[in-house]
Design a protein around this ligand. Sequence first.
Ligand SMILES: [Zn+2]
Length: 291
Amino acid sequence: MSTKLKPQHWPMWLMWRLGVNAVAWRRVARPGRFALVFHGVARQRYPDVPAGVQPHHTADELRQTLAWLAARFAFLTPDEFLHGSRPGVLLTFDDGLANNFEVALPILETFAAPALFFVATGHIAAAEGGSRWLHFCRAWAAQGWGDAAAVPAAIGHEFYDGMTEAQLAACGRHPLITLGGHTVTHPFLTQCDAVALAGELGECRRYLQAVTGQPVDTFAYPANDYDRRVAEAARQAGYAAAFAVSGRGAGLPAYEIPRIGLYTTHPAYLGSKLNGLHRRPLVGPALPEGA
Ligand SMILES: [Zn+2]
């Protein structure tokens, strides 16, 4: 959330100071490929609002992170990441928040950085002002203000609103953006019965395809909650690939592509998460030939 390092990051700082990261970037990370996961991006940090209910990044923090990445890695398109073997990073953003369109996208444009937006379609509003917050957004609002109705309208929009249908359609036409599924209501998928699971996966994909007129081939599991049954259901719903955070050994590699979450901008933190030692980089296409 900031450039400050928390105590749990001090070993990362030590690795950075000892030069471990610098050597590892050259030897391990540079020839490899990583998928990264971001969430909300606020315009600024609000000192009067508890940090835990604010989006993970501000615009400045995203800019700093992308500048750090641009100096070390190529930005890959989803197609290059899934089917090619060029080293680099794939940027992904979860949840379909309006701030991804309004705040993050202009920053991605300045870096010419492609990104995959994974959208939970249940909070997409037909028009401006028609906010339908996802359950965790409502919980954060209640935690920060006692009641969702007490959140100032501008802050509620900046932090928690989903995109409008018009913004989603604009993402579908944007040369840097690819849309992927992230369910309808953002549930814990391992707790859904077969009917609910098929609905969450299938309705999300159908809706995104209908609004954008584009095929939707990728999916990301909310809260990294999946198992073999859920991964199999993602395949059944027509997705060609699904992204996790840490793998859970479901036995379907194309449906548990790991990602790295980046939550602060300190170079020691970024370096240690992307030096190839924290998570082994992918070498070669994420999807097997012909997938
Ligand atoms: Zn999510």
